[in-house]
Design a protein around this ligand. Structure first.
Ligand code: NDP
Length: 336
């Protein structure tokens, strides 16, 4: 029997790719979902993509748990060899009350780590984000953020989501330092994740590509972010799990950074018949638009800047060769 890995939030866009790669890699997978029927959706989503589709029925089980409730976590971790903790709320529009995101992210991370520690599970890979890295001032003399950098939850560009991811990753490292020093924790910090979903369900990040393709916006915010393909993000999780030397480290997952207008241009070149915006909107227009549009409101304080994050450590230590961001975007659009 293969090693058993618990994947939290198995119904997520990224997690389904992780589940697929784990099953293809010979692991048994236990996924957590919030509702039992979501488990069957995950099974159906991954089955056609597996090299041996029967593994979706033979080697994949589910447990129903919620990040906000204690019930069920002990049973979820019982007998597993490792945990990949991806579950966290990820909305596009930001809530007025930031605790709606921060509480499940931080308390949920504690719950997962505590249950793992108490069950003697010594290996955890955590899905963090570049948003836990880049929301601070770039140290002088550097042109990109990297794993040494930590977002400052009080920084003007922080949204509730940014805070939730930063505080959750900090909580995980603190837990390992203070309570479970024997636990081998690795954090994966992906940028904006695109690439083909395994089924028809759109995550928050792919729905931004839908918005670009829809032509809803005549112009785009002058703002840029690190982009990475979901297949590479899943591979980073699996490779980290398999390499004990990655314990205690963070790994930025980014193929390169793109301005929103560059993303528009890549999609426009692929679909010239569509009305896809490729020009930057004046800043004043974005402030006006933000009055009505929560998605725009969440990036107002980042306008005019492009976040750059170095993937050097992932390339060197995880031997990642990242799918170029324009290809990842085109593959997403083609799937959609
Ligand atoms: P999805 O929204 O597709 O997946 C989020 C997952 O978390 C879902 O399975 C969801 O369950 C689960 N979840 C949310 N709240 C709870 C809760 N209270 N209890 C239990 N499960 C919960 O997003 P992604 O796949 O894109 O994101 C996965 C992870 O990757 C998250 O941690 C996110 O922060 C991180 N990330 C994502 C990036 C991106 O661009 N996509 C970039 C960087 C990091 P349900 O299906 O029931 O809603």
């Amino acid at each position: 029997m293969g090693k058993v890995v618990l994947v939290t939030g198995a119904s997520g866009f990224i997690a389904k790719h992780i589940v697929k790669q784990l099953l293809d890699g010979g692991y048994e997978v236990r996924g957590t979902v919030r509702r039992a029927e979501r488990g069957e959706e995950v099974r159906d989503a991954v089955r056609p993509h597996l090299s041996d589709p029967a593994r979706a029925d033979e080697c994949l089980t589910f447990v129903v748990v919620d990040l906000e409730e204690d019930a069920g976590w002990d049973a979820a971790v019982a007998g597993v060899d490792a945990v990949i903790h991806t579950a966290s709320p990820f909305p596009i529009a930001q809530p007025k009350d930031e605790s709606v995101l921060i509480r499940p992210a931080v308390e949920g991370t504690f719950r997962v780590l505590r249950a793992a520690h108490e069950a003697g599970v010594g290996r955890v890979v955590l899905t963090s984000s570049t948003v836990a890295v880049v929301h601070c001032e770039l140290p002088e003399g550097r042109d990109a953020f990297d794993e040494r950098d930590w977002s400052d939850p009080e920084h003007r560009s922080c949204t509730p989501y940014v805070k939730s991811k930063t505080l959750a990753e900090q909580a995980a490292w603190e837990y390992v330092t203070d309570v479970a020093p024997g636990m081998a924790l690795t954090a994966i910090n992906p940028g904006f994740v695109v690439g083909p979903p395994l089924d028809d369900e759109l995550g928050s990040s792919t729905s931004l590509v839908v918005r670009l393709l829809s032509g809803k916006d005549p112009m785009l915010p002058r703002y840029g972010i690190p982009v990475v393909d979901v297949r590479d993000v899943a591979q980073m999780h699996v490779r980290s799990l398999e390499r004990p030397e990655t314990a205690g480290r963070r790994y930025v997952g980014a193929a390169g950074s793109m301005w929103m207008a560059e993303m528009g241009s890549v999609l426009k070149a692929a679909y010239p018949e569509r009305r896809i915006a490729t020009r930057n909107a004046p800043t004043v227009a974005m402030w006006l638009l933000a009055l009505f549009d929560g998605e725009v409101r969440s990036i107002l304080h980042s306008l005019g800047s492009i976040e750059r994050a170095s993937n050097a450590r992932a390339v060197e230590e995880l031997e990642m060769s990242f799918i170029p961001p324009d290809q990842a975007l085109r593959d997403t659009a083609e799937h959609l």
